[in-house]
Design a protein around this ligand. Structure first.
Ligand SMILES: [Zn+2]
Ligand SMILES: [Zn+2]
Length: 264
């Protein structure tokens, strides 16, 4: 059995066919999914899915790319995270990929927002879901300055080279790999997949984006995390079961979710 540690099934294309999405998870032995929040405006749709489905969990946070959305305060994140299905703070982090003519110095608002999330994680004791793109140095520096190692968490959809993974692991973080690992040219990600200590590895879809081979370019969905897990097992020359078991155990431990008796 596999678990999808990061998806957006409240987004268009998945939310409108949710019963089918959940059926397909079952068919592919994907037992649980974490539906990750990207802003406060759409948070109610994330929470509604988690409330209606026992095997779907939620997070609370505002994505670094969601620029013109309501800015959360620490107190607001803490209050929202008290929801019984909310098991993480995020996704948060830094993204310098689309600067659109601005300098990195201009992105102070993103760094402040990131600090706000880390402080909320401290206050709630819930782990962080961190997004980093073209910004690994600043991401790791702020994690260190804000002592993100204490609540801990996961670097999601990881695409950085191994030395960045090592720095995140040194701060006690987990690394989550998406369908990108199955892409032919993703040699950095494949290298990380081979070297990762199995007890810190998570897998995800980030659906509806980034469908793994053989669905590359098509809409993605949580069921396909099974392809991510199997591909990693092949790379590591381990059994599918070993990777499934470890990534599932890591998921329940990191997000402090009580395991259902049937999957224990
Ligand atoms: Zn992300
Ligand atoms: Zn995401």
């Amino acid at each position: 059995m596999f678990v999808d540690s990061h998806c957006h099934i409240n987004f268009e294309g998945l939310a409108d066919r949710l019963p089918d999405v959940l059926d397909k998870m079952r068919e592919h032995a994907v037992t649980h999914a974490l539906c990750v929040s990207v802003d406060l405006e759409t948070l109610p749709s994330v929470l509604a899915i988690a409330e209606q489905h026992e095997n779907v969990y939620a997070s609370v946070g505002v994505h670094p790319d969601h620029e013109d959305m309501r800015e959360p305060s620490v107190a607001e994140l803490v209050e929202l995270a008290a929801h019984p299905k909310v098991c993480a703070i995020g996704e948060t982090g830094l993204d310098y990929y689309r600067l659109e003519g601005r300098s990195i110095a201009d992105m102070e608002w993103q760094r402040e927002r990131f600090r706000t999330h880390i402080r909320a994680a401290h206050a709630t004791g819930k782990p962080l879901i961190i997004h980093t793109r073209s910004s690994s140095e600043d991401t790791l520096r702020i994690m260190e300055e804000e002592r993100a190692s204490v609540p801990g968490g996961v670097m999601h959809c990881f695409t950085e080279p191994w030395h960045v993974a090592q720095a995140a692991l040194a701060q006690g973080f987990h690394i989550s790999l998406s369908g990108i690992v199955t892409f032919k040219k993703a040699t950095d990600v494949q290298d990380v997949a081979r070297r990762m200590p199995l007890d810190r590895l998570l897998i995800e879809t980030d659906s509806p984006y980034l469908a793994p081979v053989p669905y590359r370019g098509k809409p993605n969905e949580p069921a396909y995390v099974s392809y991510v897990g199997r591909f990693i097992a092949q790379l590591r020359e381990e059994t599918d079961e070993a990777v499934a078991q470890a990534t599932t155990d890591n998921f329940f431990r990191l997000f402090k979710i009580a395991r259902p008796a049937a999957s224990a």
